[in-house]
Write a protein that binds this ligand. Sequence first.
Ligand code: AKG
Ligand code: FE2
Length: 478
Amino acid sequence: MVIHVLYDACCPTCLRAIQLVTFREDTLKAATTELHPWPSAGAEEVLRGMAFGERPASLRGRVWAKLSSGLVLPNCQEDPMRLIYEMEYMAFVRLPTPQIRAHVDEIVVLPLERARQDAKGRARWWSSPSALRSAARALASQHFAVFDDFLPEATCEALAASARSARPEMQRGATGAASKATGTDLAKVLNEPSRGDVVKFCDDGKMSGCPELLDALDALVEGLQGCEETRQRLRCVDWANGAMFAIYPGNASRYIKHVDNTLGTDGRCLTAVLYLNRDWTKQHGGSLRLFEPGMQNCQVKRDVEPIWNRLVVFWSTQEVPHEVMACYKDRLAISVWFLCGAQSLRSREPFTRLFRPEKLRCIAGRDRRQRLLHAAANQNEREALAQLPLDCTFTQQQLSEQARIFHWRTEEDVQKDQDTEQDLAIRTAVAKALQGVPAAEAFQAAVPDKMQSAKCSLPLRFELVEDFPLPRRPQDDP
Ligand SMILES: O=C(O)CCC(=O)C(=O)O
Ligand SMILES: [Fe+2]
């Protein structure tokens, strides 16, 4: 299980990228890659193993990698950190120990499973007070909850049929980078192997099965709002976007580890995903992998298989980094995000979406105006909100005014606040190494002591945190 890396051995840019990879491999103290200079017999062998569509026309000036899942990462010479991310993942990822597994099952899986069985096939079994309480406890303590048999069978069938008929219109799912890219950059970002699904948003909620799905999800969220453990957190969660139909089309497609609401500014509070895959087995891959809190955390909390009529809900925050593991068969998922009005008021994009009823609906038939006012932090904000039309596009002048009243912050400002000194140091070091400074030297200067002996196993790509507590390997457990 290694990453096969093919590179043009005569290209200086490729060689610098490979130097960085070699440096990281040494400091990881784990064999994660096999390097194949091109041209060579070894490189030809790896190329022969690639499906026709994945094979580069030529490796001149290029670094390509083939991951152990079979997925191909093209053009790593442009961004070697993508490859280093994969190496770090292999070296650091820790599967749940039997103890973690038992603990998570005890809190999250078993209570809801018991409630489901006790309900003996009753529709909306999850809406009983005791089931809701179990779900609220699971969310509060482990940040996620799983519900099997969530919808009536006929609704699932309708949704699956909707997905099949929408498939020709589905487009590659976008990662955060897409919002900043334009033109050819955008095309590149949308062809990323980091996210391989095709998606379609059902904004008007009219696709067959959608009204029933949204109605059930609203009822669930409303139920959770009545539970002590989740009441405060869901206090201003009155909003939801249209359902996103997503198909991962096999071929080792996946969605790498991420947090939905990365900066905690886009308004998303709770993620709900319904899976509609019959006869799904382990061989098909495609589990939703949930990690312990913090993007740098490599400890897996639980893998959830995307089986027919299973709903998983989790916080959209840094508490739940997650990924979709490589899929080897079509995998259908429908996601809906529930948003917090109070958070949405604090920055421009989320704010303006509150005034676009065709993009963002108020859940459970609630009154838009009333929920807007409820989200306000003070009288001044309430007065401003009371005057705005509920469906409006803002002029520049209006936007400046709202920015002042609601103290909007830009993503860049928030990102800067969240960047640690080490993040900056690493970015600088990587840039230097790519300009030709020997990697050891670049990192020595930029991250003094951090890359030395005992601490050298820290992830580069994730935040470098002082004394980062590396989860223990399962076999280290007493
Ligand atoms: O399909 C899934 O299991 C989760 C997808 C996901 O993480 C996302 O679209 O943000
Ligand atoms: Fe996600």
